[in-house]
Design a protein around this ligand. Sequence first.
Ligand SMILES: [Ca+2]
Ligand SMILES: [Ca+2]
Length: 263
Amino acid sequence: MKIAMLLAAATLAAASSADAATVKVKVTVENLAPANSISFAPLRFGFHNGSFDSFDNGSVAGAPIISVAEGGSGADWFPAFAAAEPNAVLGSVAGALLPGATASSMTFRVDTSVNRYFTFGSMVIPSNDYFIGNDDPLEYRIFDMAGNLLIGEILQTSDEIWDAGSEAFDPANAAFLVGGTNDLRTPQGGVVSFDFLELAGFNGLETAGGYTFDSQLTAGLPIYRISFTSSVVPEPASWAMMLIGFGAVGAAVRRRQRTAVLA
Ligand SMILES: [Ca+2]
Ligand SMILES: [Ca+2]
C-alpha cells in the first residue's frame, strides 16, 4: 500500500514534468522540388515571442530580409532579429539544399513560455533575390504554453516564393549559377511580392550544384518542408521530486525485503 502510494507520487512527479515549459527541439528541412529545379540556401530561423517582423508583402524589403534573399546569409537578418527580441533562439540549417535533399539543425533548447512562434527565411537558388519566409510573425505558433508541439511541419508551395524586389533579374549576377557573380547587383526598386515564374528564365544554365537548371515549377507545387521534433525537458524541481520519489520507493522496497528475510 505504502509502495503503491510512493509509486503514485513518483508518477505524479514525472507527469508534472510535462508541464515544464522548456523543450529540446530540432528543425529538419526537405527540398521537395523536382530534380534539377530550385535549391535552397541555408534556412535561417528563430523561435520567438512573435514580435520580430521579417518583411511585409507590398513594401520595400529592408536590409535584414535582403541579406537572406540576395546572399542567403542572414548577415543583417540575425542581428535585427536579436535586437528586436534578445531572448529569441536563433539558428540555421545547412545548405545548399539540392532537390530531394534533407538536412537537420543541431538541437536547441527553447523556453516555450517565451518563444512559442517560428519565423524563417531561406534564399531560393539560383536567383537574384528570391526567398521563402513568413510575412506574419504570428503565422506559425509552434508550441503551447506547456511545450507541446502545435504544428508538426510547415509546407511551402511554389506560390509562396517571394521576389524581394531589391535586385533585378540578371543571370550574370545570380547566386548559384556557374559564372554568375553574386556580389554584383542591379537595383530593382520594387517591393516584396509573390513570384515563381521568373525563375524559369534560368532554364538551361549550369548551377553550382552540378546540374543544368530546369524550373518545372507550376502553381501549387510543394517545394519545401520544415518539420519539428521536440521533447520536453523536465524542470529541476521535477527531477528532484522524481529522484525523491524513486529513492523513497527504493527504500521502501529494501525495508520490505529486510522484513521478508527476517520473517
Ligand atoms: Ca510582415
Ligand atoms: Ca528581383
